[in-house]
Every structure is written in structure tokens, then in C-alpha cells.
Unconditional design. Structure first.
Length: 101
């Protein structure tokens, strides 16, 4: 369901920059503390899920033209947003590399 609202792109850009700055400040604050950084990653993942499930999916276009336009935008702007989790094997490899060095 698309409510037809068009967000001012400059205002959105500014809000996204503000969010990025806050996240970077949190990263700097947590630097060197793996548990705090993990908590930060978990919160970012939770926010991603909440935005996707509560707002994005219910707000998807309700007609072919709107869906086509959205899909074109997704393709043009770099694909579907995804928060990748580190695989356990990669985590263990990093751990072993640290112990060898």
C-alpha cells in the first residue's frame, strides 16, 4: 500500500547523515570492546528488521507500475539492503589468525 507521500530528498539525506554520524560516534565509543560492538550490531539489525517488517513491507506499492518503479530504483541504487552476519567459520579464522600473529 503506497500512500503517495514524497519525502524531500535533501531532508532525507540530512537525516541519513545524522543517523550515520550517531552510529559512527557509537562505534568510536565502543572501540576495543567486542561485546559493546556486538550489542551495537544487534541493535542495528533489530532496527533493520523493525523498519522492514513494520513500515516497509506494509507500505509497498499496491500496483504494478509502482512496484516496477521501486524495483528499478532498487536495481539502480545498489540492490536490496541486507545486514550480513559474520559466519562462524570466518570468525574462527580471524581468531586463529590473531593467535598466530
Amino acid at each position: 500500500m503506497n500512500n503517495g507521500k514524497n519525502v524531500d530528498s535533501k531532508e532525507l539525506f540530512n537525516k541519513l547523515q545524522d543517523i550515520g554520524n550517531v552510529v559512527q560516534e557509537a562505534v568510536t565509543f565502543c572501540q576495543g570492546d567486542s561485546k559493546s560492538l556486538l550489542a551495537l550490531l544487534r541493535e542495528l539489525e533489530r532496527l533493520h528488521r523493525e523498519i522492514r517488517d513494520v513500515t516497509f513491507v506494509p507500505g509497498l506499492p499496491d500496483n504494478r507500475q509502482g512496484l516496477y518503479s521501486l524495483l528499478k530504483d532498487i536495481e539502480a541504487e545498489g540492490g536490496w539492503p541486507y545486514i550480513e552476519r559474520m559466519r562462524l567459520q570466518a570468525f574462527l579464522k580471524n581468531l586463529l589468525d590473531e593467535n598466530d600473529g
